[in-house]
Design a protein around this ligand. Structure first.
Ligand SMILES: NC(=O)C1=CN([C@@H]2O[C@H](COP(=O)(O)OP(=O)(O)OC[C@H]3O[C@@H](n4cnc5c(N)ncnc54)[C@H](O)[C@@H]3O)[C@@H](O)[C@H]2O)C=CC1
Ligand SMILES: O=C([O-])C1=[NH+]CCC1
Length: 314
């Protein structure tokens, strides 16, 4: 009912309502709609970001309206470049689902779970579309929250023979390995971790390149998830220039991605173009999927949480 106060669906409940197979389906659907650039399907501007200079962070506002589907949503997200050793969280978020006709907020949800799960699910979609079918080795660079969700979804939906992980500190790598639901090889250096890898996920808070083209096997697929500011990098120019570059949003990449903007590469396609069949998947080439995170991904995920929550309470 329009007058009811918003329901609050928090961390544990959001986690229990989401699973990767449903999330992947919904996100493929949403990314395909986004790339049609049809305003009745999706209106989603590039995220507005307000610098929190004193705290080395950014406040992001991520609205999205899907008129044909009656979904109106916004995420509020704070993300920080915390100094090493800081115990403060690097991402905090809430997601609000609104009634587009009445204008009220229907639900307020924990946004951290949605953010870690939908980001990992979108990277998995990129790998489904762009990695070679004989891929055997997955490498994850970084050992934070996104590293965990990426490990979970990649090992759930693909069958890699080996998963490797690298952290700047070996000790953190070993601790991280102990938290996972499966085996992983902890590597001492990025070069060792990515040697011969078929799929590489970069989920660091680095602002300088950590992954260099000279180390990457030709034909590998890279899902680059960190470096979400125009002056931040995770990948070097060589890697960007030797790869076919896919993004979640062209406008987002040209505004927010240091790896795209500073290397001067051309974006080849959006992931939604692949889903819609309007651009090809160049699997035989080295491919980079530069992920920045979209409001439409949060909207589709939040609607899924809400639909499942409603079917549980009715
Ligand atoms: N593309 C997207 O949709 C999203 C991207 N992100 C970004 O993904 C990245 C990872 O996020 P979380 O896992 O939540 O962060 P986190 O703080 O949990 O983990 C970050 C990891 O990066 C490592 N790290 C920090 N500085 C580094 C450096 N200079 N070189 C190498 N490693 C370094 C840390 O040790 C840690 O392992 C962040 O940059 C975040 O802003 C977050 C949410 C969505
Ligand atoms: O999509 C998202 O929520 C974010 N992308 C970069 C930091 C947070």
């Amino acid at each position: 009912m329009a007058e009811s106060p918003p329901v609050v669906i928090w961390e544990r409940e959001v986690r229990s309502l989401l699973n990767y197979s449903e999330l992947i389906q919904r996100l493929e659907w949403a990314l395909g709609k986004f790339s049609k650039r049809d305003s009745a399907e999706v209106i989603q501007p590039v995220r507005t970001t307000v610098p929190l200079q004193k705290h080395n962070g950014f406040f992001g506002v991520m609205p999205c309206y899907m008129e044909n589907d009656g979904i109106l949503c916004t995420k509020l997200v704070n993300f920080y470049n915390r100094p090493t050793g800081s115990t403060l969280p690097s991402t905090q978020a809430i997601v609000m689902l609104l009634d587009p006709e009445y204008g009220n907020v229907k639900a307020v949800m924990n946004g951290e779970v949605i953010t870690v799960m939908r980001t990992a699910a979108v990277s998995a979609i990129s790998a489904k579309l762009l990695m070679r079918t004989d891929s055997e080795v997955l490498t994850i660079l970084g050992t934070g929250k996104q590293a965990t969700s990426h490990y979970d979804v990649f090992t759930e939906i693909f069958k890699f023979k080996e998963v490797r992980v690298w952290s700047r500190s070996k000790e953190r790598g070993v601790t991280f390995a102990g938290t996972l639901n499966g085996p992983v090889t902890v590597c001492e250096s990025v070069e060792e971790a990515v040697k011969g890898a078929d799929v590489i996920v970069t989920v660091t808070r680095s602002t300088e390149p950590v992954l260099f083209g000279q180390w990457v096997k030709p034909g590998a697929h890279i899902a680059a998830v960190g470096a979400c500011r125009p002056d931040w990098r995770e990948l070097d120019d060589t890697l960007m220039k030797q790869s076919v570059v896919y993004v979640d949003s062209r406008e987002g990449a040209m505004t927010e991605s240091g790896d795209v903007v500073l290397s001067g590469v051309q974006v080849f396609a959006e992931i939604g173009d692949l889903i819609n069949g309007t651009k090809p998947a160049c699997k035989e080439k080295t491919t980079v999927f530069k992920s920045l995170g979209l409001g439409v991904e949060d909207a589709a995920s939040a609607q899924l949480v809400y639909d499942k929550w409603k079917s549980n309470v009715m």
